[in-house]
Design a protein around this ligand. Structure first.
Ligand code: NAG
Ligand code: NAG
Ligand code: NAG
Ligand code: NAG
Ligand code: NAG
Ligand code: NAG
Ligand code: NAG
Ligand code: NAG
Ligand code: NAG
Ligand code: NAG
Ligand code: NAG
Length: 687
């Protein structure tokens, strides 16, 4: 029995298989990222290690599958080196005038100015930080694949995580933050310990029409920094992304929200999460313990995991900004007013949150539920009953009905045409009908916020007529799905003037999309920040409108501006609709194809604003930070246009995001008043 073969003996006496980790030194991935995807190949990164003796330097690099950086590599990427290390000095990560061990000696960056000097013989016995190569050069989320040479392990909360790195960041994907959830039961924090978690591939998306599973409560982390175990030195602020998808679909693995570019560009940690959606996330049945908001509760569980563990991944648990778009923005708004979420984040950004004003017969009722929450009974009346019927679970006894529904396969359940996709007033996660921004320190968390819209969010929700229309009224009627008299009332108001390009269908649609943008997005969101500014509900409330975008949610197949000579990817100087969701590349810096340089410059500017907000709760980056890092385009724009001020009164101000981004007053206030969503809506008590 106890006979060892030669192989077993070898295994016993060989040193343990080497595993790259942060056990002996912190790891900082330094990459000077200009967000120009086609330029990635022209840049190199570095991995910065802690102080050590020169004798240990080469081995420490080898331990992560790299080698000491060569003098030539620094010389050929001098600007990248100087900018990124000047920034680390600025940020207090390294000392001014610091020397680093590199191949065959040291490199020292001059304390003032930008020169570097190389020395081949370092002072003996000196401990210096070490610069290793960073050779994992996959630059896009889709091409970032773990291999033996780019994997590394870290420990957190009693578990070991295997992650990997690409050109932009360290990546830990598919981390289970909760125990596998039971159907219609609130999630609880992941409990196992002593596990090795393979965090090199995304976990399953949550069950949604066509794909996913119920075991889906995973999150993903992109980080520039992995501290030594239990170290809390130099932790980076955290951006916590909550995806959209109408509470029906979506996932944290969406490449559009990949945080790698932000991690390197803004030196922050990005967390993206899955949460339960559709009927599995939001079913609510009156008189039972199925009280809904499972998806919202999952978001809070993910926040709790983040607070508990993120320091091990380089993130500061006391500096978390929650951010989401569409239903993600609706989630942010919900969390702002949720008692169980209070104190779990320090800033909030809601991109294109929905909320309805007047019932124009639009998808208005649908939009309304994002900001004015249904009761459990109302949710059940809309969705619950139909779901039981669709499942054939509509026996008379409710307990039997629920037991029956629990047996329906997940993908069948979320495949019905009726789905529960509403935040409800469950009395615990949500205990008010609306976010209370009228009363200072009412239900709302006291944190700085940014709200904003794309210029034409409503163009994704109004319907482009399937056949040409004869006149404006007919076009509005068709694209908003409203009566002839309601369409005529819009025209008669004189507030939504017809802009004549000679294409009646398009021009009528243009009127409709403005009505839809105001009625479903702009009015509620402007009113929210205005009321908050008046009441002091938040320490500061900022507002933006995205003026330059690409793609987005386009059920009408409107497309972008046409190509013209010199603009093969579309000419952004021609008219086009800034659709819902089309601002994602501006916030994450993930744009593949530029139409013109200003696309890149405006992305560099937007990420600077949003990055600054994540770092300091104020979207205005310090000029010195931009200067040392060489973020010249952002610096020039900000110098030219002045600060982005918080909303302070009836005139805003708001920021029109383009290159540069300029200040403006609130937009369409008379239109919002006509839509019965006047700016004083909340102040008058709302309804
Ligand atoms: C270094 O400074 C000089 C003079 O200010 C400037 O011309 C040069 O572009 C700078 N180089 C880098 C890499 O910043
Ligand atoms: C520099 O370091 C490399 C790698 O360790 C080594 O092969 C080479 O001989 C060294 N060159 C000098 C001049 O010391
Ligand atoms: C909800 O009630 C049912 C029936 O009484 C019970 O079996 C189930 O455990 C309860 N679920 C929770 C989460 O309390
Ligand atoms: C981790 O998961 C990836 C992707 O599923 C797989 O290729 C790899 O072999 C796994 N690694 C370990 C150590 O289990
Ligand atoms: C980190 O802290 C935990 C909990 O205090 C402890 O169990 C663990 O041994 C520490 N790890 C290191 C490497 O010091
Ligand atoms: C269940 O729903 C089906 C489909 O809507 C309907 O035909 C049937 O009458 C319902 N049964 C009960 C008991 O309500
Ligand atoms: C709200 O509460 C915060 C602390 O939680 C406090 O600093 C702030 O002054 C309060 N605002 C008002 C208007 O009372
Ligand atoms: C009107 O504009 C739409 C959208 O750009 C286009 O599809 C349609 O062909 C145009 N119609 C005419 C008559 O030019
Ligand atoms: C829509 O109308 C506005 C004026 O209200 C105009 O500036 C814009 O170019 C129009 N958009 C399109 C796509 O025609
Ligand atoms: C992006 O990078 C490519 C490749 O280096 C370069 O040709 C192009 O000019 C860059 N675009 C901008 C706007 O800087
Ligand atoms: C706004 O409310 C007033 C008073 O309730 C009503 O008369 C008016 O029709 C409403 N406006 C619209 C556009 O529905």
């Amino acid at each position: 029995m106890a006979r060892f073969g030669i192989l077993q003996l070898l295994v016993l006496f060989l040193p343990p298989v080497w595993a790259a980790s942060n056990s002996k030194t912190s790891l900082t991935l330094v990459f000077q990222n200009n967000l120009n995807a086609s330029d990635d190949a022209n840049h190199v990164g570095f991995i910065l290690l802690d102080l050590m003796d020169q004798r240990d330097a080469a081995g420490a690099c080898a331990a992560i599958g790299e080698s000491l950086v060569s003098r030539t590599s620094i010389q050929t990427h001098q600007a990248d080196f100087v900018h990124s290390f000047s920034y680390l000095v600025y940020a207090g990560t390294v000392h001014p005038g610091q020397s680093y061990y590199i191949q065959n000696g040291t490199v020292t960056m001059a304390e003032a100015g930008n020169g570097t000097t190389f020395q081949s013989v370092p002072a003996p016995g000196r401990e210096l930080p070490v610069l290793c190569t960073q050779s994992s050069n996959q630059d896009q989320p889709g091409t970032a694949v773990a291999t033996k040479s780019n994997e590394l392990t870290i420990s957190s909360g009693g578990n070991t995580y295997i992650g990997f790195r690409n050109q932009k960041s360290f990546r830990f994907l598919g981390i289970p933050y909760a125990d596998p959830p039971q159907r219609f039961v609130y999630s609880t924090l992941y409990t196992p310990t002593g596990k090795t978690i393979n965090a090199t591939a995304y976990g399953s998306v949550c069950a949604q029409a066509g794909s996913g599973s119920e075991d889906c409560l995973f999150l993903n982390i992109q980080t520039p920094y992995l501290p030594k175990p239990n170290s809390t030195a130099r932790l980076r602020p955290v951006m916590f992304w909550i995806h959209g998808g109408g509470f029906l679909n979506g996932a944290g693995s969406d490449p559009a929200s990949d945080g790698g570019n932000l991690a390197s560009r803004e030196d922050i940690v990005v967390v993206t999460i899955n949460y339960r959606v559709s009927t599995l996330g939001f079913l609510a049945i009156p008189g039972t313990n199925i009280t809904g908001n499972y998806g919202i509760a999952d978001q809070i569980t993910a926040l709790e995991w983040t607070i508990k563990n993120i320091a091990s991944f380089g993130g500061d648990p006391s500096q978390i900004t929650i951010i989401g778009e569409s239903a993600g923005a609706g989630s942010v708004r919900t969390l702002l007013g949720s008692l169980p979420a209070k104190g779990k984040f320090q800033g909030a950004i809601a991109m294109s949150n929905l909320g309805g004003g007047v019932d124009l017969g639009l998808t208005r009722d649908y939009a309304t539920t994002y900001s004015s929450y249904l009761t459990v009974a109302a949710s059940y009346a809309r969705a619950g009953q139909n779901i039981f019927a669709a499942a054939g679970c509509n026996q008379t006894d409710l307990a039997a009905q629920i037991a029956c529904l629990k047996q329906v396969p997940a993908l069948t359940l979320v495949g019905y045409s009726s789905a529960a996709a509403y935040v409800v007033q469950d009395g615990y996660y949500v205990n008010t009908e609306e976010l209370d921004v009228v009363n200072a320190n009412g239900s709302a968390a006291y944190v700085p916020v940014i709200f904003g819209v794309t210029a034409n969010d409503g163009a994704s929700f109004a319907t482009y007529p399937s056949t040409p229309v004869a006149n404006e009224a007919a076009g509005i009627e068709a694209s908003l799905g409203i009566s002839a008299s309601a369409a005529q009332a819009i025209i008669d108001s004189g507030l939504f003037p017809y802009y004549d390009t000679g294409n009646v269908t398009l021009d009528a649609f243009n009127v409709s999309q403005r009505v839809a943008t105001d009625n479903e997005f702009r009015c509620v969101d402007q009113a929210t920040v205005y009321a908050a500014a008046r009441s002091g509900a938040f320490p500061a409330a900022y507002f933006y409108q995205m003026e330059r975008t690409i793609a987005g949610y386009d059920p009408n197949h409107l497309g972008g501006p046409p190509a013209t000579p010199g603009f093969p990817a579309g000419n952004p100087h021609l008219p086009y609709f800034r659709l819902h969701g089309s601002d994602m590349p501006w916030v994450f810096g993930n744009l593949g194809t530029l139409r013109e340089p200003a696309d890149l410059f405006s992305i560099q500017l937007t990420t600077a604003y949003f990055g600054a907000f994540v770092k300091q709760g104020d979207p205005n980056p310090a000029a010195a930070a931009l200067r040392v890092r060489g973020y010249d385009t952002a610096l020039e724009a900000i110098d030219a246009t002045g600060p982005w001020d918080p909303v302070s009164g009836v005139d805003g101000p708001i920021r029109l995001m383009d290159y540069p981004a300029v200040a403006s007053g609130f937009i369409d206030l008379p239109q919002c008043a006509w839509l019965n969503y006047s700016i004083s809506y909340y102040l008058d008590g709302g309804s």
